[in-house]
Design a protein around this ligand. Structure first.
Ligand SMILES: [Ca+2]
Ligand SMILES: [Ca+2]
Ligand SMILES: [Ca+2]
Ligand SMILES: [Ca+2]
Length: 473
C-alpha cells in the first residue's frame, strides 16, 4: 500500500474506532494485534472491579528499598485491562508541575500519569512532545490481563500519592516477563520523597520494554519505552532515558537507546515545583542509597579490603553539561575515574580500607549543570569501615594449602589441594552459613548466590583448617 493510502486507511480506522469501538474491547484487541490501531486517544469506559483483591506480591528489593510494600491500604487503580486508565483521582494536596498546579490526575495503565487528559497511547514517544502532559516512570505497552501478572495500585496520603505497577506484563497478555515500578508525587511536605523534591521514580526488577503492537519481540526491541517528564508545551521536559533491551548499559538520557536492567532497584527523585524549569542534576545508582560498608583487617589479600561502586549523574536536560567536585574525608582511601558522555557522567569509585581506622567516613559530591540558572545537587555517600576479625585471622589461621580458583568467580569455585574428607562451607561476612558441600567434592556451585564478598571455610576432621575470602562476581 502506498504511504498516503496507508495514512488514509489509518485515519479511516481511527474515525471508525473512535465512534464505535471501546478500548480493550474484543474488536479493539483484534485490530491492535493486526497493527491496525496506531497511537491515539479513544473513548474509555473503566469499570473498576471491586472484587479484585490486593495482590500482595510486591516486596522491597535491592539495597535502596524505595518500593513501598503493597498492603490493604492500597486501592486498585483499574480492573485488569490493556490501554485503559483510572477514573479521575482527586488529590488532597496540590501538585506543582513546572509552575502549573494540579489537584487531580489519571493513572494510565501504560506506565504513566497525566493531568489534563487520560492517555491510551501504547507506543511511547520521545520527549519533548507537544501532545502529552505526562509523568512517565516507564511508558510502554503494559497489559494487566494475563493470569500471572499483577495490577496497578495506588494509595492516597495527605501529602502524597503512591502508584505501583506491580509485576505488570506486556501486550499481548504476556506474563513471562514482569516489571515492577513505583511513582510517588507529593506537595513536598511528605518525607516519603527525599527532602526538596516532589517526585520519586522507584524500580524493582524490570524485565521487559516493548509490546508486540510496538514491534517488540519477546518483550524487547521495536519502539523503546520512555522514562521522563513532559508537560506538553514542547519546551519543558526531560528524559531519564529510553530502553529497548536487556542488560545494564546506559549512556545517558539521550544518545543511544539504553538497557532496562540499568533501572533495577534504583530510586530517581527530582523537584518539579521549583521556581525554575531547569531541573538539578539527577543522581543514579542502584547501590548508593545508604551507608556503604567496607571491611578491613585482611592482611593477606589487600585488594579485598576495598569496595567498588558506580554512580551516574545526569543533567538531565538535553544539551546541558555537568561539572562535578568529589571530596573524601580520607582522601588517600578514595580513587575514581569519570566517564563523561554529554549529559551523563558515570563515576567508578573505589574506597580502599587497608590500614584505615574503623569508623565513619564520607564522600561528598557536588554536581552542577550549566542551565540558566545553573543548578547544583549535593550527594553525600557515607562509608563505614568495619574491622572484621574473620579477615584479620586469615593470615594467622592454619593454612592447609588449599587454593580456590577462579577468584572472583561467577558460577563454579574449584578447589586445589582439598582432601576427600574435607567439608566446604560458604559464609557471608556476618558468619551466616550460605552453602555447604560435604566431602568428596572438588568444587562449589555459587551461581545462585548474590554478588558480593564471602568466606570459604574448610573443615577437616571437625576442625576449621583454612578460611579463604572470595568475590562472587
Ligand atoms: Ca497496554
Ligand atoms: Ca531486571
Ligand atoms: Ca541513552
Ligand atoms: Ca538541569
Amino acid at each position: 500500500m502506498k504511504p498516503f493510502l496507508l495514512g488514509f486507511f489509518s485515519l479511516f480506522t481511527f474515525a471508525v474506532l473512535s465512534q464505535s469501538i471501546k478500548v480493550d474491547s474484543k474488536e479493539y484487541q483484534s485490530l491492535k494485534s493486526q497493527g491496525l490501531i496506531t497511537n491515539q486517544n479513544l473513548i474509555n469506559l473503566n469499570p473498576v472491579n471491586p472484587n479484585i483483591h490486593y495482590a500482595g506480591n510486591a516486596t522491597k528489593t535491592g539495597v535502596c528499598d524505595c518500593l513501598i510494600p503493597l498492603d490493604t491500604t492500597f486501592m486498585l487503580a483499574m480492573a485488569p485491562n490493556d490501554d485503559l486508565y483510572s477514573n479521575s483521582i482527586y488529590l488532597p494536596f496540590s501538585f506543582s508541575f513546572y509552575g502549573a498546579t494540579y489537584d487531580s490526575l489519571y493513572i494510565n495503565n501504560n506506565g504513566n500519569i497525566s493531568f489534563t487528559t487520560p492517555y491510551n497511547t501504547f507506543t511511547a514517544f520521545t520527549f519533548p512532545d507537544p501532545s502529552f502532559n505526562m509523568i512517565a516512570p516507564f511508558w510502554a505497552d503494559v497489559d494487566t490481563r494475563s493470569i500471572n501478572g499483577g495490577n496497578v495500585w495506588y494509595k492516597l496520603n495527605p501529602h502524597s500519592l503512591v502508584i505501583v505497577w506491580d509485576h505488570v506484563g506486556y501486550f499481548n497478555m504476556m506474563d513471562d516477563k514482569l516489571n515492577t515500578f513505583q511513582l510517588i508525587i507529593s506537595d513536598g511536605q511528605d518525607t516519603i520523597v527525599p527532602a526538596g523534591n516532589n517526585v520519586s521514580f522507584c524500580y524493582g526488577d524490570m524485565q521487559w520494554t516493548t509490546g508486540a503492537a510496538s514491534q517488540g519481540i519477546n518483550g524487547f526491541n521495536g519502539s523503546p519505552a520512555t522514562v521522563g517528564v513532559n508537560i506538553g508545551n514542547g519546551l519543558d521536559y526531560f528524559q531519564v532515558g529510553q530502553f529497548d533491551t536487556l542488560g545494564t548499559s546506559f549512556d545517558g538520557p539521550y544518545n543511544t537507546i539504553d538497557q532496562v536492567d540499568f533501572l533495577d532497584n534504583q530510586e530517581i527523585y527530582f523537584n518539579l515545583a521549583g521556581t525554575t524549569t531547569n531541573i538539578p542534576p539527577l543522581v543514579m545508582s542502584s547501590l548508593i542509597c545508604d551507608t556503604i560498608d567496607v571491611y578491613t583487617g585482611d592482611t593477606l589479600h589487600k585488594s579485598l579490603n576495598a569496595v567498588d561502586f558506580t554512580l551516574g549523574v545526569s543533567t538531565p536536560e538535553i544539551g546541558q553539561l555537568l561539572n562535578t567536585t568529589i571530596q573524601c574525608s580520607l582522601p588517600s582511601a578514595l580513587s575514581y575515574i569519570a566517564i563523561p558522555n554529554g549529559e551523563f557522567t558515570q563515576y567508578n569509585l573505589t574506597f580502599n580500607a587497608t590500614n584505615v581506622t574503623p569508623g565513619m567516613y564520607s564522600i561528598e559530591m557536588d554536581i552542577t549543570d550549566n542551565g540558566v540558572p545553573a543548578q547544583t545537587v549535593h550527594k553525600s555517600i557515607p562509608i563505614r569501615v568495619i574491622y572484621d576479625a574473620n579477615l584479620s585471622g586469615l593470615s594467622s589461621l592454619t593454612d592447609a594449602g588449599i587454593k580456590v580458583f577462579p577468584n572472583p568467580a561467577t558460577s563454579i569455585l574449584n578447589f586445589e589441594g582439598i582432601q576427600s574428607s574435607d567439608d566446604i562451607q560458604l559464609l557471608d561476612l556476618q558468619g551466616k552459613l550460605i552453602l555447604s558441600e560435604n566431602q568428596h567434592s572438588q568444587s562449589l556451585d555459587i551461581s545462585m548466590i548474590e554478588k558480593g564478598v564471602y568466606l570459604v571455610r574448610i573443615i577437616r576432621d571437625g576442625k576449621h583448617v583454612q578460611t579463604i575470602k572470595i568475590l562472587k562476581d
